[in-house]
Design a protein around this ligand. Structure first.
Ligand code: HEC
Ligand code: HEC
Ligand code: HEC
Ligand code: HEC
Ligand code: HEC
Ligand code: HEC
Ligand code: HEC
Ligand code: HEC
Length: 487
């Protein structure tokens, strides 16, 4: 008993609140830890004893080593965390072994609260979890974590490290996922079920762990532009798969998948659709922090639509975005999209930091809607991040040599029906003709840069009344016929 009394006294002085332990998952009398059948569940002796079964003495009088070379052995050999947790939050030692949080030498808690750990403790569960539970002003911190929600992650993922990936910087920007602004805190629950009510109404929320599983970052390789396949960084989280039928401008059939569903996250958009589709909010969309009601992204990216950005599928009827004989073998895309083929893409290729070499992901930006460049009323810089200015906004008049696009002078055979005449000559902006209103004219509808079922080639701009290839009726002048290239 002397050992326990000493331990208990020490525990009190290390800041663990009296009485709190018995309310934790480890300490509960009904369901708490049980290694030894002879003593009650949750009892300190379940983990602490004068010596281990091998007669050895371990630090903190633990029954088994847990630190240094014995990394996490106590958690595993207890018979408790040698397999996955029921809701798939924790996927077991084999999966954890390959995670960046286990393998990276910088994955150790820097402190100051609770105290920092030594680099030798990198990869230890105890960097993120206190087996006795910790409290803060709001009470017991869920999941036995050492800090609440994003604070846990940002303590390492800030400019002070030890992680090299500074996410705190992204969240300090004007437009962010509302992870750290307090409005939606306390709504996420570890292991929450993938049901719509958890992601809508008063439960609507977003936390780091809604998109990342800290126990499952298999190789932590982020994605390379050109694909929509989910990278390892998005594995092991709940998500919503989409099966599209044959109809345009309709939501898909949705299949919600738990974090431990047999096949892992396939596409990035499945994670986004969990919150940004009618699956989550039905017919009552939330308000985007940057303004306006949100639109249903699962409808906008439906591959049956006449045109769309290739988030769900490649664009279907356009040989002009990649070099072929039809467009004079001209590359129309900027690097890294200039790979001679059609691509698919991430939502986060557009929604991310405005600085190219900063951390990837939709964490924050100084541009509205968390965009990588401004898409204001007169601004073409956003579109020209990926679509070549030399094709769509050439600085000098290419005259009769203008080529590359379906709307160039060589294709249309017309001095005015082309990009140079409009974009440079008339100072039209991309969204006057592309990705504007879904119906009506004179405005840009949020979300219309995603996809549209109004016309081919996204020609539903703010100033377009009607468009079919070869026949355009804008608000600026009478309708104009020209020779359109093959679709
Ligand atoms: C689930 C296993 C487990 C149970 C149950 C448990 N402990 Fe611990 N305890 C640990 C581990 C692991 C450490 C080392 C923690 C670290 O390095 O952060 C530890 C460390 C300690 C320490 C010293 C380090 C510190 O946190 O200051 C004290 C004191 C302590 N435990 C007391 C208790 C008491 C009292 C109880 C019962 C009320 C208890 N423990 C129940 C696993 C457990
Ligand atoms: C104890 C420090 C620490 C904590 C706490 C922590 N991380 Fe990490 N994390 C790291 C380190 C170190 C890496 C390895 C790569 C690096 O240097 O950032 C990493 C890697 C990652 C990666 C993979 C990035 C890549 O491309 O390599 C993701 C995603 C991630 N962490 C998310 C989280 C989330 C979400 C949380 C909170 C639940 C969290 N981290 C908490 C230290 C930490
Ligand atoms: C980088 C931080 C980090 C590390 C390292 C870490 N975890 Fe976790 N763990 C978390 C977070 C955060 C949650 C809550 C996740 C959520 O809310 O979805 C969690 C949840 C869990 C849960 C589920 C709790 C519940 O209430 O359902 C278990 C079990 C778990 N962790 C075990 C472990 C074990 C065992 C290790 C070491 C082998 C470990 N964790 C390492 C951050 C971490
Ligand atoms: C767990 C829920 C959740 C997931 C998953 C999620 N989001 Fe969000 N997102 C939100 C919430 C909450 C907001 C704030 C507005 C709202 O309630 O929709 C938001 C807002 C946004 C905004 C608007 C920002 C603004 O300034 O107006 C964009 C863009 C966005 N998310 C993109 C994404 C992308 C891309 C993904 C997938 C990688 C994604 N989101 C996944 C919950 C989520
Ligand atoms: C080609 C770039 C691009 C891609 C890819 C993209 N977005 Fe957007 N998104 C935009 C632009 C631009 C806006 C700003 C509104 C506007 O100006 O039309 C926007 C606005 C939003 C908004 C807020 C307004 C609204 O209509 O809901 C959300 C939420 C959003 N995007 C989520 C997503 C998700 C989720 C994906 C992937 C499934 C995605 N975006 C893919 C460019 C993109
Ligand atoms: C992050 C990169 C990116 C940004 C930013 C971007 N696009 Fe795209 N866009 C693409 C990719 C990739 C494709 C498909 C190209 C391919 O087939 O390889 C595409 C295709 C298109 C198409 C052809 C669609 C079809 O169905 O035929 C149009 C039109 C278009 N984009 C216009 C725009 C406009 C206007 C903007 C600005 C509001 C914009 N894009 C911003 C990457 C981008
Ligand atoms: C709405 C979903 C979402 C949320 C919420 C979110 N992330 Fe991410 N995160 C992403 C996506 C998408 C990527 C890019 C993955 C890729 O490129 O394959 C990413 C990338 C990362 C990376 C790797 C960056 C790089 O350049 O290597 C880290 C680290 C990371 N996130 C940590 C966090 C932390 C910490 C939080 C909470 C503060 C968080 N994320 C919240 C979606 C999210
Ligand atoms: C005056 C209207 C107008 C303006 C302004 C305009 N475009 Fe176009 N664009 C078109 C038309 C018309 C097409 C051909 C659509 C079709 O036939 O399918 C087209 C086609 C495209 C395509 C599809 C691939 C191709 O080249 O055929 C892309 C990408 C594109 N434009 C990008 C841009 C960008 C980027 C800007 C701004 C710098 C811009 N456009 C400005 C009218 C315009």
């Amino acid at each position: 008993m002397k050992l326990l009394a000493t331990l208990a006294a020490a525990l009190m002085t290390t800041g663990v609140m009296a009485g709190q332990y018995s309310t934790t998952a480890h300490g509960k009398q009904s369901t708490g830890v049980q290694r030894l059948a002879g003593i009650p569940r949750g009892n300190c002796d379940q983990c602490h004893s004068a010596h281990g079964s091998d007669g050895q003495y371990y630090d903190f009088a633990l029954f088994e080593g847990n630190f240094g070379a014995a990394k996490n052995q106590l958690c595993y050999t207890s018979g408790c965390h040698d397999s996955a947790s029921p809701k798939g939050v924790y996927h077991g030692p084999t999966v954890y072994a390959t995670s960046a949080h286990n393998t990276d030498p910088n994955a150790f808690w820097p402190g100051p609260s609770p105290d920092g750990r030594a680099p030798a403790d990198s990869g230890n569960c105890a960097n993120c979890h206190d087996p006795h539970g910790l409290g803060d002003n709001a009470g017991l911190i869920p999941a036995l974590a050492v800090a609440r929600e994003e604070t846990l992650c940002l303590t390492c993922h800030d400019s002070n490290g030890p992680s090299m990936k500074d996410i705190a910087r992204q969240l300090s920007k004007t437009y962010t996922h509302r992870i750290a602004d307090g409005v939606m805190s306390g709504r996420h629950a570890p292991g929450e079920d993938i049901i719509t009510t958890n992601y809508s109404g008063m439960k609507r929320h977003v936390e780091c762990v809604d998109c990342h599983n800290p126990h499952k970052l298999p190789s932590s390789v982020t994605h390379t532009p050109g694909t929509n396949t989910a990278s390892d960084v998005l594995k092991g989280v709940s998500r919503v798969e989409a099966q599209y039928g044959a109809s345009a401008w309709m939501p898909p059939a949705f299949s919600p998948r738990a974090a431990n569903y047999v096949t892992d996250t396939r596409f990035e958009y499945e994670v986004c659709f969990k919150c940004h589709s009618s699956w989550a909010y039905g017919s009552a969309p939330p308000t985007a922090p940057s303004g306006g009601l949100e639109t249903d992204q699962s409808v906008e990216f439906n591959p049956n639509n006449l045109s769309y950005h290739p988030v769900v599928a490649e664009i279907k009827n356009n040989s002009y975005t990649s070099p072929t004989a039809t467009n004079g073998n001209i590359e129309t895309m900027e690097s890294p999209w200039d790979n001679g083929r059609h691509d698919t893409m991430y939502c986060a290729d557009c929604h991310r930091s405005e600085v190219d070499n900063e951390t990837k992901g939709p964490h924050g930006s100084y541009n509205a809607y968390m965009l990588r460049a401004a898409t204001g009323a007169t601004d073409n810089t956003f579109c020209l991040k990926c679509h070549k200015a030399s094709v769509y906004a050439p600085s000098t008049d290419p005259g009769s040599t203008e080529t590359g696009s379906r709307f160039d002078r060589q294709t249309t055979g017309n001095e005015e029906a082309n990009h140079y005449f409009h974009v440079i000559g008339q100072q039209a902006r991309c969204r006057d003709c592309h990705a504007g209103a879904e119906s009506g004219t004179g405005f840009v509808r949020p979300g219309s840069a995603h996809g549209s079922n109004r016309a081919y080639g996204f020609v539903n701009g703010a100033k377009i009344r009607t468009f079919t290839p070869g026949l355009c009726t804008p608000t600026c002048h009478d309708h104009e016929d020209y020779t359109a290239g093959p679709e």
